[in-house]
Design a protein around this ligand. Structure first.
Ligand code: RUB
Length: 308
C-alpha cells in the first residue's frame, strides 16, 4: 500500500498539492496501523517513508509541512501513540481548511459571474461547489493544461455538478481570461517573498488578467507556504520527463519540461486560505502567527548554518 501510494503520487495518479499531502499522511498512517514490527522498527520505517514521500515530487511544501507536524514529539518509544495524535491533527486541519476556503471563496462568486481557472485545484473546486450549493448562477472557463490535461478533470467534474463550463486549449487561455470576471487558481508553493508557484501557464494567464483588471485569487491551504525560502533556499520547480510532452521526439530537440512556474506577487489580488482573504504580504504574516510550529527552533536549526 505504501509503495503503491508513493508510485501514484510520482505518476500523478494522485495530483494537486493538497491531495498529495493528504495521501502522504494516509500512507504514514497505513504503516502505523498495519506494521507487525516493534516500535523501534516502525520508527525507522516511517523515517524512510517520510524521505521517500518528500522526494516524490519536488514542489510540494504542503506535504513537507504535514510531515513536520506528523513527526513532532515522535520518538522510537512513543511512535504509535504520538503519531496517531499528530495524524488526527493533520486530518482535522485539512478538513477545517477545506471547508473554510470553500466558504470564504464562494463569497467572491456573484450572480452571473464568469470564473476562469487553470489546471485542477481541489481548493478551487471546493469553492465552485460551495457557490453552486448556494444556488449562485455562474459559469466557468477553463484550460486543458497540457501535457497531462488536468483541465479535463476540472471540466468533467464541473459538468457533473451541473456548472456550465467552456473548455479552452491552453493557447486560447488568454481569450478565456479576457471574457472572465474573476480568476481562481490553486497553489503548489508560496515563497517568503510572496511568489506563488502553480502549474505552468499560471503566470501567463495572471498577466492577461492583470492587464484586463480581472482579479486574480490564489485559493490555497496555507500549508503551501515554504518555510525553507525564509532561509534563502529557492523553491525547486519540478521537472517532468520529456516523454510526457513528446514521445519519440526527433533527435536534437530539447524539451522544456517544467511542471510549474512562479507568479509575480504584483499580479496577485489576494490569497483565499483557511486564515481568511488577504493580500500576499498579510497572508504570510498570518501563517507565522497561526502556525508557529513551522518556525519552531528545532526546524529552524536544520535550516540555519551548522555553527550557529
Ligand atoms: C496541480 C496544480 C494545482 C495545485 C493546487 O498540478 O498545479 O493547481 O497543486 O491544487 P499537478 P490543490 O496536477 O501537477 O499536481 O488546490 O488541489 O492543492
Amino acid at each position: 500500500m505504501f509503495e503503491e501510494t508513493l508510485k501514484n503520487i510520482k505518476d500523478l495518479k494522485i495530483q494537486g498539492a493538497e491531495n498529495v499531502a493528504k495521501a502522504a499522511v494516509n500512507a504514514i498512517s497505513e504503516i502505523i496501523e498495519t506494521s507487525i514490527f516493534d516500535q523501534k522498527k516502525i520508527y525507522q520505517d516511517i523515517i524512510i517513508a517520510r524521505q521517500k514521500l518528500e522526494k516524490a515530487r519536488a514542489t510540494e511544501p504542503c506535504l513537507r509541512n504535514a510531515m513536520t507536524l506528523l513527526f513532532t514529539d515522535v520518538n522510537e518509544n512513543n511512535v504509535k501513540e504520538q503519531m496517531r495524535k499528530n495524524i488526527e491533527k493533520a486530518n482535522d486541519h485539512f478538513k477545517t481548511a477545506n471547508s473554510l476556503i470553500a466558504e470564504f471563496g464562494s463569497r467572491k462568486i456573484k450572480e452571473g459571474m464568469v470564473v476562469f481557472t487553470h489546471c485542477h485545484s481541489s481548493a478551487v473546486m471546493d469553492i465552485l461547489k460551495e457557490a453552486k450549493l448556494k444556488k449562485i448562477n455562474f459559469s466557468v472557463k477553463n484550460t486543458e493544461t497540457r501535457p497531462l490535461f488536468q483541465g479535463k478533470i476540472t471540466a468533467a467534474e464541473l459538468a457533473n455538478l451541473g456548472i456550465p463550463v467552456e473548455y479552452f486549449v491552453d493557447s486560447a487561455g488568454g481569450l478565456a481570461v479576457k471574457k472572465s470576471d474573476i480568476m481562481l487558481i490553486g497553489a503548489d508553493a508560496i515563497t517568503s517573498e510572496g511568489y506563488v508557484i502553480n502549474k505552468i501557464g499560471s503566470e501567463l494567464f495572471a498577466e492577461t488578467a492583470h492587464k484586463k483588471e480581472v482579479p486574480v485569487y490564489i485559493c490555497t491551504d496555507s500549508w503551501k507556504f515554504d518555510i525553507d525560502t525564509v532561509f534563502g533556499y529557492d523553491e525547486e520547480i519540478e521537472r517532468r520527463s520529456e516523454e510526457e510532452i513528446w514521445k519519440d521526439k526527433p533527435k536534437g530537440v530539447k524539451i522544456s519540461s517544467y511542471a510549474f512556474e512562479s507568479i509575480n506577487p504584483e499580479l496577485i489580488t489576494g490569497v483565499i486560505s483557511e486564515l481568511g482573504v488577504y493580500n500576499i504580504e498579510t497572508f504570510i504574516e498570518e501563517v507565522k502567527i497561526n502556525y508557529p510550529w513551522l518556525f519552531e527552533p528545532k526546524k529552524r536549526k536544520t535550516l540555519l548554518p551548522k555553527n550557529l
